[in-house]
Design a protein. Structure first.
Length: 347
């Protein structure tokens, strides 16, 4: 079914630009403009780009209602997230937005500043009335809200490893990352590894904490007291001060790079040299980590790929009209070894 807007049929010359106006500027037929507007695949790449440039030049907006009638889609993906300022969430959102645009979808973002029951319900209700084809949720803690009702019939994909809900999930392999960091420090000759964990209610922090503990236990090493931070450099600095005062601490794995940065600051203040006196590893591999002093060994997460896989799963559900199984799709991680880790001084 080919959709032509009213302007194409009437040949209007004034007011909002029509499909016919776009066709004349791009040097193509109105049917070709319709195919591009409806995100059909049977348009050559250079022609599609010429049509899109003409749309932008004229300020043309496709008829959303007509496109939905023709394709059964609105061409929009709803995106829900909180903690918008965090490095991981922003990179994941960027991955979702880029993949959605490449698949022919726009993004409708519903940010939640505080994941209260009222805020979460309001975000879902807003998206449910704004003609979205599917929803990507970044951080599954928003799904822990009691009595949460998702818009009926709309597929949902979650960018998180939390398994307490009935939707497909995409997440970095949190456990493998913590294992890699802990095994790296043990392999350097450290007797054990201390851990600055994330908040106890964070699913990512729980996975990393459990994998750190399990790695030490499998190696037959002592498991030190876990220290809980809140993802901030300030909490890492506070807990790093405690660790710096203990001469038996020679290796520390922080659950994210921000807390590792705070711990690095505290160790320097206490005169504990990194890595000569204390080796330090983080998690996330944010761009600044390679420029800490010393550069930080860290677990690299491909947040952009997480976002892309979320969109791939959602688009496949829309294409097949078949719900995706509620399973975890792990995205591999990689340990970036830098100058903040080394053998203990006694060796």
């Amino acid at each position: 079914m080919t959709i032509l807007d009213d302007g194409a049929r009437s040949g209007r010359g004034h007011g909002a630009p029509s499909m016919a106006d776009v066709a004349r500027l791009a040097g193509v037929s109105p049917q070709t403009v319709s195919r591009v507007a409806n995100n059909r695949a049977n348009v050559e790449g250079a022609t599609r780009e010429r049509v899109l440039n003409a749309m932008r030049a004229l300020g043309y907006q496709p008829n959303i209602a007509a496109r939905a009638l023709a394709t059964g889609r609105f061409g929009t993906i709803g995106l829900i997230s909180f903690s918008l300022g965090s490095h991981g969430n922003m990179r994941t959102l960027d991955g979702v937005a880029t993949a959605a645009r490449e698949a022919g979808f726009s993004i409708n973002l519903a940010g939640i500043t505080t994941p209260t029951s009222q805020e979460v319900h309001r975000a879902f209700a807003r998206l449910g009335t704004q003609a979205v084809d599917g929803i990507v949720i970044v951080e599954a803690e928003v799904l822990d809200t009691p009595s949460l009702l998702l818009p009926p019939g709309i597929p949902v994909v979650v960018a998180d490893g939390h398994g307490g809900h009935d939707h497909p999930r995409v997440d970095s392999d949190q456990a493998d990352g913590a294992r890699l960091a802990t095994e790296h420090l043990l392999g350097l000759g450290h007797r054990t590894v201390w851990h600055i964990a994330g908040p106890p209610d964070s699913h990512s922090a729980k996975h990393r904490h459990a994998a750190w503990r399990g790695t030490l236990e499998r190696a037959g090493r002592p498991v030190p007291q876990v220290l809980f931070g809140d993802w901030t450099a300030a909490s890492g600095h506070r807990l790093g001060g405690y660790l710096a005062a203990r001469p038996d601490v020679t290796a520390v794995f922080a659950a994210n790079d921000q807390m590792a940065l705070g711990a690095l600051h505290a160790l320097h203040e206490a005169g504990r040299r990194v890595p000569h006196d204390v080796s330090l590893a983080g998690f996330d591999d944010m761009p600044e980590s390679a420029h800490f002093w010393p550069p930080l060994t860290s677990v690299h997460q491909d947040f952009t790929r997480v976002g892309r896989v979320c969109v791939d799963i959602l688009v496949e559900q829309l294409r097949t009209r078949t719900p995706a199984p509620a399973v975890l799709h792990p995205v591999p991680v990689e340990l970036k070894i830098r100058a903040s880790t080394g053998p203990p001084q006694a060796l």
